[in-house]
Ligand binder design. Structure first.
Ligand code: ZN
Length: 144
């Protein structure tokens, strides 16, 4: 039966098959990719947590130093550099916290099967972007 079908339009049938194949590849996310994504997001989460702990340690050190020096005189040059260090660390800490929240949101999206889809426009996120930024939940266009 297959022979009879092929004999009617040999060229046409072949072209259709190839086209269908390509479409299916784009639409269905690979299950293997999902496991790899979960692992890469988990690795990023650990790295961000470590970085956050590091900043917290530095802030605690600085706080301890501040108490010892009782920085009530503003004309002390040490006091100035210390407060700029303080705001640098505070800024860093906020950035780490924000990144941790993003990573956790990405982990939740992987668990619910929404991973790899832009949270804003619903289109697929480019694999290169997910590789560079595992916690990305929007495509590059929506992130701009
Ligand atoms: Zn988008």
């Amino acid at each position: 039966m297959q022979c009879a079908r092929g004999a009617v339009r040999p060229g046409y049938g072949g072209g259709m098959a190839a086209g269908t194949e390509a479409t299916r590849d784009e639409r269905a996310p690979m299950p293997d990719g999902r496991a790899a994504r979960a692992a890469s997001v988990e690795a990023r989460r650990r790295a961000v947590r470590d970085a956050l702990a590091e900043v917290d340690r530095e802030l605690a050190d600085l706080r301890g130093m501040r108490e010892v020096l009782s920085d009530d005189d503003e004309h002390d040059p040490d006091g100035v550099s210390m407060s700029s260090e303080w705001s640098r660390l505070e800024g860093l800490r906020q950035a780490r916290l924000a990144e941790l929240a993003e990573v956790e949101a990405a982990a939740a999206r992987i668990a619910s099967g929404e991973d790899g889809i832009c949270a804003v426009c619903g289109r697929p996120i480019a694999p290169e972007r997910l590789e560079a930024r595992p916690q990305a939940t929007t495509c590059i266009d929506c992130a701009r």
